[in-house]
Design a protein around this ligand. Sequence first.
Ligand code: MRU
Length: 359
Amino acid sequence: MPPDTLRRVTIVEAVRWTDDGAGVRIIDQTRLPAECVARELRTVDDVCEAIAALRVRGAPAIGIAGAMGLVAALQPHADDPVDRFRWRAASYAERIAGTRPTAVNLPWAVGRLRRRLDAAQGDPPALLAELRAEAELVLAEDRAMCQRIGEHALPLVPDGARVLTHCNAGALATGGIGTALAPLYLAAALGRRIEVLVDETRPLLQGSRLTAWELSRAGIPVTVLTDGMAASLMAAGGVDLCIVGADRIAANGDVANKIGTLGVAILARHFGLPFYVAAPSSTLDPSLADGGGIPIEQRAAGEVVAGFGVRTAPDDVQVYNPAFDVTPAALVTAIVTDAGVFRAPYDFAALGSRPAALG
Ligand code: MRU
């Protein structure tokens, strides 16, 4: 596909350097869709807070923000003695990589910088330059992987398709045009008439707040539904296919993604619909044989019972709030990566060997 194909579609840039190059500029996703405001991250506390609070979120985007954020946080320490600089870099890297447990992209990206630092020689300014170069690679590679995912998945999205997605696996979640949304952007740019059915995605509403926002902004028709409505829409024949992103994919093809994804996959199987997962190779975790070993982030009760400042349950109830679930490979029709479309039995060897994540 020619590089100017997307000219007609405006894609949002979720993470980039600040104008002075010393910090990371993110779109604060907690403020969307009411307002699109940028936030600058300059310290390790800024970076960890932004990732933990989901100001920047989505597996590839937190990897990119973590890597660039490590560089930004170390920038004021370029005058330190080299041993202290290395100690600080290791300690910041560990803090950032541990901020959210499920998406492997975060420890993977930060681990890349750690290994680059370990292999580098010189004084702190020279080491910082090495780290910056690696962070820029993480961003550029992710952008390119999104494009390739979109191209590989494009044949799965025919003209007229009604596509259901869950959570946000778009430009806001990556360094490029997204993963699950990448083929939708490309299909729209090619003039295919598609409609995107967006699960609201309880409890933090990444579907209605973020996916609906970025697709509408790009001029792509969107219908928002609450998560519980997907079954009736499928029963009514209103969905042609499902496509979602991923936070971590085990060696056997089990997929961790936003809570509620498993329900969509079960529904898709019941109604005979294709259920596709789109993810870059940075989301694969070959160290895990299956999804049973994927750490699932548990989040605060208030997100479920007092979301967005409105109390919606009595004070004295227990709350269950895992941020992710695991969809077994058996429910997945295909996994679309930057290296192509994979189907069961999964053999991701074509993606090459991949350095281990940090920690
Ligand atoms: O908690 P979030 O909003 O970071 O969860 C994000 C998701 O589950 C996305 O679907 C996933 O990270 C893929 S993003 C390309």
